[in-house]
Design a protein around this ligand. Structure first.
Ligand SMILES: [Ca+2]
Ligand SMILES: [Ca+2]
Ligand SMILES: [Ca+2]
Length: 167
């Protein structure tokens, strides 16, 4: 083996070693990545919203009828809960005409009903959302009043939130 050839072989081996070092992460890096992934997986979006809502409203009991409904807007997150046999009413005005989605979040089992401003039934849903949450998509008219009636599907208790997506 002449000197030049030895040099080329040596350089190639060195290059392979360097690229191997770059490709294989250190044990510390690998365990940090696993850690990050675990944190990410354990914190769902739903939990974050319940713990840290940005513009949170909280229901005011007793809101058990159309007449005592709590006001909310499409930009706010309404935090509420069920005591046993509880029914919660909310009302809002549609800021623009279009298709809205009114949905619940959380780990309980809400059932939602949408009514127009004259308290006529429009739509209901139990479990079309994530987990056992309701999700109602409906065309609403600008400046019209709407009611949402929420109850626990099986009469249980627990916390939940309501959001209304802008069209
Ligand atoms: Ca309640
Ligand atoms: Ca209530
Ligand atoms: Ca449900």
């Amino acid at each position: 083996m002449n000197f030049l050839r030895k040099l080329i072989v040596g350089a190639t081996i060195l290059g392979l070693c360097l690229s191997a070092i770059q490709v294989i992460p250190t044990t510390a890096q690998a365990s940090q990545e696993v850690q990050d992934k675990k944190v990410k997986e354990s914190k769902s979006k739903t939990d974050d919203q319940i713990i840290n809502p940005m513009y949170a409203l909280t229901e005011t009991e007793s809101n058990n009828s159309f007449g005592s409904a709590d006001y909310m807007t499409v930009n706010d997150y309404m935090q509420a809960s069920f005591t046993s046999g509880d029914v919660d009413y909310f009302y809002f005005y549609a800021p623009v005409t279009g298709s809205y989605t009114i949905y619940s979040i959380g780990q309980t089992d809400p059932y939602g009903v949408l009514f127009d401003g004259s308290q006529n039934f429009l739509w209901d849903d139990d479990d079309s959302g994530d987990n056992l949450n309701f999700s109602i998509t409906y065309n609403l008219t600008k400046d019209n009043l709407y009611y949402i009636k929420v109850s626990h599907a099986t009469g249980g208790t627990g916390s939940y939130g309501i959001l209304i997506s802008n069209p």
